[in-house]
Design a protein around this ligand. Structure first.
Ligand code: CA
Length: 377
């Protein structure tokens, strides 16, 4: 028995034991043949590319050494190199080195690069449905969206949609819950939101727009000065860990908790042809290392957020929550945005239907477990 056969046998045996254990309680076992990592194509197991050195060109939408997202991808590449014993090398190109930050989708689609790391909501101009793969305002937490993606059919739908662009996506991290943003003046009621100029992208921007806010898109490098000069009245960014580095607290000291990005997904996406011609073992290594990146980035955001929040508090930042009428208006606006986009775009309608189904079930579980616990704690 060679090492590979042994590992396969060992895994099958422990999986069988685990499943036997599960079946005692009359549960239905999960069919792992449908899991995103399952490979049904037996022919691919004949590893014709064994020992062949492979180099993957991966461009990101982040500057070099960008905390958590950029450094997370660097760690991913390092892990792949280690696991493969140097046989698989991922060369990272930060934004604007090989392609501009928001050109990575097209560059991978055309095969100019093999892969990219970015966020799906940047591609809503290609198809509004793509913004849904990042998440939805008032929607999934990081844990919930992972469960939809990996076990609830989300990744399958995402791959079907991206296949039309010759792309093959993986989960590549999660920002965890994002903050509602930094405001120059406090928000006392919905009335205070009307006419505000705010930097906010994606579906969140469309929701805020229906609430009377004037959403503005600005490159990252221009947000601080625009806020300082009053060109904009507010901005959202990510969460304490990344926000503190932007210095927004110096010019807009009212910091609101949020619901517009409760667990935004980051993507690791391959050109479909580059992916399909990779050795079977290299594909598996990338699956394993990207799983690690997805989990670690989520945890790192949590860790860095708690420490940055402590620092922000010591800088006298006011931590606030939106008044109830703002939140109520946000929910109403979301419903309108979803109805409008579903009416205009069949893909959006289908993807959202899958999200809505999983979210309804997830809410019943999360409300009766996590929400109860957090309140009790
Ligand atoms: Ca954001």
């Amino acid at each position: 028995m060679d090492r590979r056969t042994f590992l396969t046998t060992a895994t099958t045996t422990s999986a069988a034991l685990a499943l036997n254990g599960c079946n005692e309680g009359n549960h239905q076992a999960i069919d792992y043949s449908k899991h995103p990592s399952a490979k049904n194509d037996e022919a691919k197991r004949i590893n014709v590319n064994k020992n062949k050195k492979t180099i993957i060109k991966l461009a990101t939408s982040w500057p070099a050494d960008f905390p958590i997202m950029g450094t997370g991808v660097e760690k991913f590449a390092q892990r792949v190199k280690e696991i493969s014993g140097g046989g698989l090398e991922i060369k990272i190109y930060p934004k604007n080195v090989l392609v501009p930050a928001l050109a990575v989708f097209d560059a991978a689609s055309s095969g100019q690069i093999d892969a990219f790391h970015s966020g799906p909501y940047y591609w809503k101009g290609k198809n509004p449905a793509f913004s849904l793969f990042s998440g939805v305002p008032f929607g999934f937490t990081a844990e919930e969206i992972n469960s939809w993606m990996l076990f609830g059919g989300g990744l399958e739908i995402w791959r079907e949609q991206y296949a039309k662009y010759n792309l093959h996506p993986f989960l590549g991290g999660n920002t965890n819950i994002q903050m509602g943003g930094w405001f120059r003046k406090p928000i006392k009621s919905l009335e205070d939101m009307k006419g505000l100029k705010m930097r906010i992208p994606g579906l969140g921007g469309e929701v805020f727009s229906k609430m009377g806010v004037n959403p503005i898109l600005l490159p990252a490098g221009e947000i601080y000065t625009s806020l300082e000069r009053g060109v904009i009245d507010a901005t959202e960014w990510v969460g304490p860990a990344l926000d503190i580095k932007m210095g927004f607290y110096k010019v807009a000291p009212y910091y609101y908790a949020g619901w517009h990005e409760p667990g935004s997904i980051l993507e690791l996406t391959f050109n479909k042809y580059s992916w399909s011609k990779m050795a079977f073992e290299h594909q598996s290594m990338i699956e394993v290392a990207s799983s690690e990146m997805n989990a670690n980035m989520t945890s790192e955001f949590h860790y860095e957020n708690i420490h940055a929040l402590k620092k922000l508090k010591s800088l006298n930042v006011e931590l606030l929550q939106f008044p109830q009428d703002v939140t109520d208006a946000g929910k109403k606006a979301l419903k309108e945005v979803i109805e409008e986009l579903s009416g205009k775009n069949r893909d959006f309608e289908n993807v959202y239907a899958s999200i809505a189904k999983h979210l309804e079930l997830s809410r019943q579980w999360s409300d009766n477990s996590l929400k109860y616990f957090l309140n009790a704690r």
